[in-house]
Design a binder for this molecule. Sequence first.
Ligand SMILES: Nc1ncnc2c1ncn2[C@@H]1O[C@H](COP(=O)(O)OP(=O)(O)O)[C@@H](O)[C@H]1O
Ligand SMILES: [Mg+2]
Length: 251
Amino acid sequence: MNEMPAIWVRNLVYQVEGKTILKGVSLRVEQGEVVGIMGASGSGKTTLLRCISGLIRPTSGEVWIEGSDIAHLPEHEKMKVRLRLGIVFQYSALFDFLTVYENVAFGLERHRRLLRKEIDRIVSERLAWVGLDGTQKLYPSQLSGGMRKRVGLARALAIDPHIVLFDEPTSGLDPVNAYQIDQLITRLNRELGLTAVVVSHDVVSLMRTTDKIAMMEAGEIIAEGTPEAIRQSEHPKVQAFLKMASSEHLE
Ligand SMILES: Nc1ncnc2c1ncn2[C@@H]1O[C@H](COP(=O)(O)OP(=O)(O)O)[C@@H](O)[C@H]1O
Ligand SMILES: [Mg+2]
């Protein structure tokens, strides 16, 4: 593949309070790929995602987003690159004091000058896409956990991103709602042609949504491959993680 990668993380180091959280992480995500980042809690998954999204600046290393190094751009240029990224935060991170409509429109109003009618159309289209058109006037507290996650996705899609980053999209959901989110991840890739990075400790979800999985352990990527290759990996830490994850599912 000679095409420019969607995301190219090179030798990323992140230190805070004298601790090294990311210890030289490298990861390449091709355009149109769905890549999973798997690993135990505390392994550095969210920190990696925050570096990729430009929310935090790494101590060293590079984060290329479609050919721009977001880790080294001045703020105003970083904003432009960030508009190509839709971010679905853990726990959906909706504003409780805003309606569903206002939550989905939030990024639009900040970044683009649009007529109210145009915003209405985009909000209702994105909500329809996640199966929630008609919920515009509700508040997040009136929605189920699965619905809140879907509103979070509609909000991320409002700005027409090329790449969507998910942090634990299925955490706290029952299997039916988790499956619904997984279906949406697959559809946004197949129908909308978007690239996605899914950070999760939910092995079942990652196995069915991704083209490639990178396994993180203590700030490093220790294995990388197709879901099948990861499943068959002989790396003792990968095996231990998969075993632990499958026993959690039996509980
Ligand atoms: N801003 C911060 N200050 C101090 N420690 C942090 C900070 N951000 C993350 N960490 C620590 O870095 C490690 C990795 O965190 P995180 O990236 O959230 O892991 P994960 O998402 O895989 O659970 C954890 O031990 C966490 O406590
Ligand atoms: Mg996390």
